[in-house]
Design a binder for this molecule. Structure first.
Ligand code: URC
Length: 322
């Protein structure tokens, strides 16, 4: 054989689940797209066609639905992902790591006119945006099943934003390939992908045989019990900071604005160690209207724009706590 297996992970992608949680007539819902990938002593399934080490991806899907039914953590993508990862690594002796990615789709409560409750309608929701919450979890049992480590990364993806001024791009590198002209006023639009990473946590091995219940770990940091900080406070603050900087920064470039966003997220969230952004620069170009003798090209006269479907710039960076 000329090749050797150097990496292998397998699992199920796009397990789609909507969960209704009933509290009398008051309902909560979450809709998740779940990916599960497993790592461990599975090499022979590739090299020797040995399926005895393969927990079928169909079973992985069934376990995802099972935990969606029984997990007390289902309403939080981060906690549910930790529960799911812990389940796989605890149940199967030859599985050492589980990688769970959850995309949470947006469902917001409808407010109706004759409503008594200021909290919105008890069981009716609308999709208010294509952006998704993201929770990525690695549960690592390779140091022993009683020494599980959880690594949590979370964030948002596909959040479209646009500002119609307050953005420039000047004094960039010029050579024989440069055709771009400097602009002190342009449209800035991007689709925000943001992830932030928490320090690894140790996870208590589950005791309950069937549910392999997962006890939410206590973070070692100043905030004690980490659960609500991760899945409520940090997402809200990180999103607010990102949008605030996007709106108010006099942007010198996507790069410079990205760095300011990341600095804010690090500064405001003691539990966050790393912040990453991926920001496509979605170009809108002023339409040349000289054909009707109209100036639509000089920045202060530019009012009619057309979006460029492709290509776009792509600006990425990770900022880590010092
Ligand atoms: O904010 C920007 N950063 C770039 O790196 C770049 N490159 C480019 O052509 N336009 C822009 N804008």
């Amino acid at each position: 054989m000329s090749g050797t297996l150097t990496a292998a992970r397998y699992g199920k992608t796009l397990v789609r689940v909507l969960r209704v949680v009933r509290d009398g007539s008051w309902h909560n819902i979450v809709e998740y797209n779940v990916d599960v990938l497993l790592e461990g002593d599975i090499a022979t399934s590739y090299t020797d066609a040995d399926n005895s080490v393969v927990v079928a991806t169909d079973s992985i899907k069934n376990i995802t639905y099972y935990l969606a039914k029984i997990s007390p953590h289902i309403l939080s993508a981060e906690r549910f992902a930790l529960h799911l990862g812990t389940f796989f690594v605890s149940k199967y002796s030859h599985i050492s790591k589980a990688f769970i990615t959850i995309e949470q789709l947006r469902w917001s409560r409808i407010h109706v006119s004759e409503e008594k409750s200021p909290k919105g309608h008890a069981h009716s929701f609308f999709r208010n945006g294509d952006d998704k919450r993201l929770a990525k979890v690695e549960v690592d049992g390779s140091a022993g099943k009683d020494k599980l480590i959880g690594k949590v990364t979370a964030g948002v993806k596909d959040l479209l934003v646009l500002k119609s001024t307050g953005s420039a791009f000047e004094k960039f590198y010029r050579d024989e390939f440069t055709t771009l002209v400097e602009v002190n006023d342009r449209i800035f639009s991007t689709s925000i992908d943001l992830t932030y990473t928490f320090a690894p946590i140790s996870i208590k091995p589950p005791s309950d045989e069937r549910k392999l219940d997962f006890i939410l770990p206590v973070h070692k940091g100043e905030n004690g019990y980490a659960g609500s900080v991760w899945d409520l406070e940090v997402p809200a603050r990180a999103l607010a900071a990102t949008l605030d900087i996007f709106a108010t920064d006099e942007s010198a470039s996507v790069q410079a604005t990205l760095f300011k966003m990341a600095q804010r997220v690090i500064a405001e969230n003691a539990l966050v160690d790393h912040v990453s952004y991926s920001l496509p620069n979605k170009h809108y170009v002023p339409v040349d209207m000289r054909y009707i003798g109209t100036d639509n090209l000089t920045p202060e006269k530019a009012e009619v724009f057309t979006p460029l479907a492709a290509p776009s710039g792509l600006i990425t960076a990770t900022v880590s706590r010092k």
